[in-house]
Design a protein around this ligand. Sequence first.
Ligand code: COA
Length: 266
Amino acid sequence: ETRRCAMYDYNTINVDMNEDIAIVRFSRPKALNALNHEMTLELAELFDKLENDPVVRGIILTGEGRAFMAGADISEMKERDAEGGREFARVSNYAFSRVADISKPTIAAVNGFALGGGLELSLCCDWRIAAESASFAAPEVTLGIIPSGGGTQRLPRLIGSGRAKELIFTGKRIKAAEAERIGLVNKVVPDEALMDEAVKSMREALANSAVALRYAKEAIDTGIGLSLADGIKVEINSVGMVFGSEDRLEGVSAFLEKRKAVFRDK
Ligand code: COA
């Protein structure tokens, strides 16, 4: 059962709780959830709080209405000069990095348009599940700008530079099925099944040790920016950390005793 969480009270974002999963819903319906300055600041503050909320173990991001997020709010772009543009990208990246760096698992449940900043935000999640009617694009060049929420960096890391350049240079919109084919999304499901599927996928992860999930995420995300040799060193140290956890003792003992593990996040 999902219910609105009054503790997180924002103008542009609603948060529902499904037990220990926070469902973050972008909500500027009149602008297809375009990311304006207010939403950017609210997003950064929300993810700082979610990181430290002991009730929340996993996070699903989605949009209200017919868009996940139709990009940055274009109406705020007109007055910016070079310094203003740099500041815009700095603030966007600050907020998006709060999402990417949260230590808990995140899934983007992409329900409609995921354009520009919407696509970039989905890239900040651990994985992406799309509704059949979802669509994706990096249309910035059509406006004479370039991705400013990490898209030039995260998109090629996920799908390779050739596919990323094709999307970023053409600005073309692709459907969910094509996004799945190129590895941008993990799975496409019928529109009405999207949230159930995202919750199910998250629950599959959350059944496991939260300590192990945290270290696995950290090792993957740190290692991806390093050489293989340095990444392996990160992994070795992370393994050392998880072996020190109570969850590891419980997980290994439970297997040997042929019973189900009861993890306590320690
Ligand atoms: N910034 C500001 N407002 C936006 C917006 C954005 N990125 N995307 C949509 N909106 C607004 C529209 O201006 C419109 O407002 P209005 O009703 O006051 O005119 C409203 O949301 C609905 O959009 P509309 O264009 O009428 O819907 P549509 O179904 O015809 O088209 C899109 C949907 C998403 C294809 C189209 O809105 C679009 O191309 N948006 C811009 C996407 C983009 O380039 N984003 C990247 C920015 S870097």
